[in-house]
Structures are given as C-alpha cells and as structure tokens.
Design a protein around this ligand. Structure first.
Ligand SMILES: *Cc1c(COP(=O)(O)O)cnc(C)c1O
Length: 338
C-alpha cells in the first residue's frame, strides 16, 4: 500500500510512527465510549503537530525542484508557520512567514509568545500584515525579492493543504492501519475525530483509508469557519489526491463535517474548548490547544457520552486524532489565568 507513495519525494522530518494510546481516565470521567488518542502532537520536530507530516512531502517536492526558499502564510499564531520554520531550519532553507491578522486578538502574549516566539527562534523571517489582501501583496513582494537575489522560492498555502501536503495524511492513515494490524486486542474504531480548518488532514486521512480498503468514519470538526466551506475544500482536496494516486472517487457522503463547535470564530476559544483543554490536562496530563484540538475534543466528548440515533449505548471506541497546537497555549495565557 505504501508503495503508492514511494514515487513522491519525501524528507524524513517527523518522528514516526506516533503513539496510539488509550485515555482511560478521560473515558471513565466521560461515562461513555472508550476514548483513544493518536499522538500526532508527538511528531517531534519543533514541538510537533500535524503539519510536519505534510511538510515531509511539501518540502521534499520543494527541494527536488531546486528551491532554496519557502514562503507560507497563516494566522499570527499559526502552528503551520511554526512547523514550516522548524523544518526549513533543519534542511537549511530560507523561511519567510506572512502572517495576516485574521484573528481579532492582539497584545504581548498573542503577538510575541507561543508560536511567534518559536518562529523567530527558528530563524524565520516574519511579516505580520493587516489582512488577507495585504498577505497576497506581501507574498508577491517576497517572490519579487527572491527573484532579485537569484533565489528560487516556493509558496505553500495556509495549512500546507495541497494534494502533495495531504499525502502526509494518506501515509498517516496507512500508519494507523499498520498499528492496528500489529496490536493485540486492537480496538475497532467506530469513529475518528480530527480538528479541521484547511481540510488537508481530513482529505489525506479519507484517501489513506480508501487506499487501505478500511471503512471507518472520519469526522472533521470545523474550527475555522462555515461547515459548507470546509466540505467544499475537503471535496476538492480529496479529488486532487485521488488524481495523484489513481484512486476512484469516493461517495460524497463519506465526507463527514461536524458543525457547532467553532464558537464565536476561528482562533477565539469557546467555553467547551477551554473545558476540554482543562479536562485532558487534569485527567491525562495531555495538552490540547484552545484553537483546534480543544474544539475537536469537545465534539468527541459529547458524541462519546451520547452517540445519538444509530449509536446507542455501547458505541465506540472512538479515536481522537491529536493534531498538536499546544505551543499556542502560551499565546492564550489570559484564558487560563483565573
Ligand atoms: C492546522 C491544524 C489543524 C487543521 O489541519 P488542516 O489540515 O488545516 O485541516 C488541526 N489542528 C492543529 C493543531 C493545527 O495546527
């Protein structure tokens, strides 16, 4: 199966396979389905997270094309930007981060701590701009500057969500299948939950399970905007990945988007997300974040406690695909100080 990926250039950046663990205390506290976690917060490089798997393929492709500079874009506290900065440092590429103020937060913690502190520590060139239109202009200016100094630059979109980036999550799905095949008494997951914003992680997982011939529902919890936007983005990425891998189309109803956990907006913690962050920390010593994984875990906990029609008591086990993000905790210090 993984032969399907062997023709794509790939850099070994992540610590793989990531652990698969039972969250026994959280399960007991939640009175419902057994809860497991796939620890992609432990991909290793620069505090880890889901973007590192995508960067193995994205930067593999960039390096193969002779690029010496990577430019990418994300919110001020972007985990994708931070993981790109760390990966670029590792492989000796110049990294330029264009960070529009898409989240209405500012101040010392938000602007300088957490991921931003790490971006600078990794030696990235950071350009904070007012909004998305300004980001487009800044990227153009960066490309012009690269050309003037004789550099070859590549631009990666927010979240690294191209078909190439999503291959990292095709590989991740195959990795989970291997782990389950090797485990004794392996759980048979009824559902997988993952935080979704640009959709590359969800699209890659769906195509990976398709490739493996495994029928499992993967629920993408929308944390960045309207569910319908995410559904379209995932649908487009799924088709692009299928084209790359020569896979047939999936029925459109395979794309499961969970709505209702976004809260006020992307980057604004919801009470349910803060509660999930606190419960995982106190019960499991497990760090989530207030922007992505806290919201996704809130959705999982509700479902695991009450799966509703078709689920019923005895539903599960359920897998939380941890995508990282904990470095942003330090940017949201005030949410946690009582
Ligand atoms: C980027 C990110 C996601 C969302 O991944 P997409 O592929 O953009 O949908 C989820 N969790 C964390 C912590 C992230 O940084």
């Amino acid at each position: 199966m993984s032969d399907a990926l062997s023709s794509f250039p790939r850099l070994p950046l992540a610590h793989l396979p990531t652990p698969l663990e039972l969250l026994a205390n959280l399960t007991a506290d939640n009175h419902g389905a057994e809860i497991w976690v796939k620890r992609d917060d432990c991909t290793g490089l620069g505090f880890g997270g889901n973007k590192t798997r995508k960067l193995e393929f994205l930067l593999g492709e960039a390096q193969a094309s002779g690029a010496d500079t990577v430019i990418t874009v994300g919110g001020v506290q972007s985990n994708h930007a931070r993981q790109t900065a760390a990966a670029a440092a590792r492989i000796g590429m110049r990294c330029e981060l264009v960070l529009p103020r898409v989240v209405p937060l500012a101040g010392d913690d938000y602007d300088e701590n957490g991921n931003v502190l790490l971006d600078r520590l990794f030696g990235a060139h950071v350009f904070v701009v007012a909004d998305e239109a300004a980001a487009v202009r800044e990227i153009q200016a960066r490309l012009t500057a690269a050309e003037e100094r004789g550099s070859k630059a590549v631009v990666h979109p927010p979240g690294g969500s191209t078909a190439t980036g999503a291959l990292g999550y095709v590989n991740a799905a195959l990795e989970l299948c291997d782990q389950l095949a090797q485990a004794q008494n392996a759980p048979h997951f009824e559902r997988i939950y993952v935080a979704s914003s640009t959709g590359g992680t969800l699209a890659g997982l769906l195509c990976g399970f398709q490739l493996a011939g495994i029928d499992v529902s993967v629920a993408g919890v929308s944390v960045a905007g309207p569910a319908e936007t995410l559904r379209k983005d995932v649908g487009r990425l799924v088709s692009d990945v299928q084209a790359l891998l020569g896979l047939p189309p999936l029925p459109a109803n395979r794309i499961m988007i969970v709505d209702g956990y976004l809260g006020a907006a992307y980057g604004i913690p919801s009470p349910a997300a803060l509660d999930a962050v606190g419960r995982c920390a106190r019960l499991e010593g497990l760090l989530l974040d207030p922007v992505y994984t806290g919201k996704a875990m809130a959705a999982l906990l509700d479902w695991a406690a009450d799966p509703g029609p078709g689920g019923g008591s005895g539903a599960g086990p359920v897998l939380f695909w941890h995508t990282g993000g904990a470095p942003a905790l330090f940017a949201y210090r005030q949410e946690f100080s009582d």
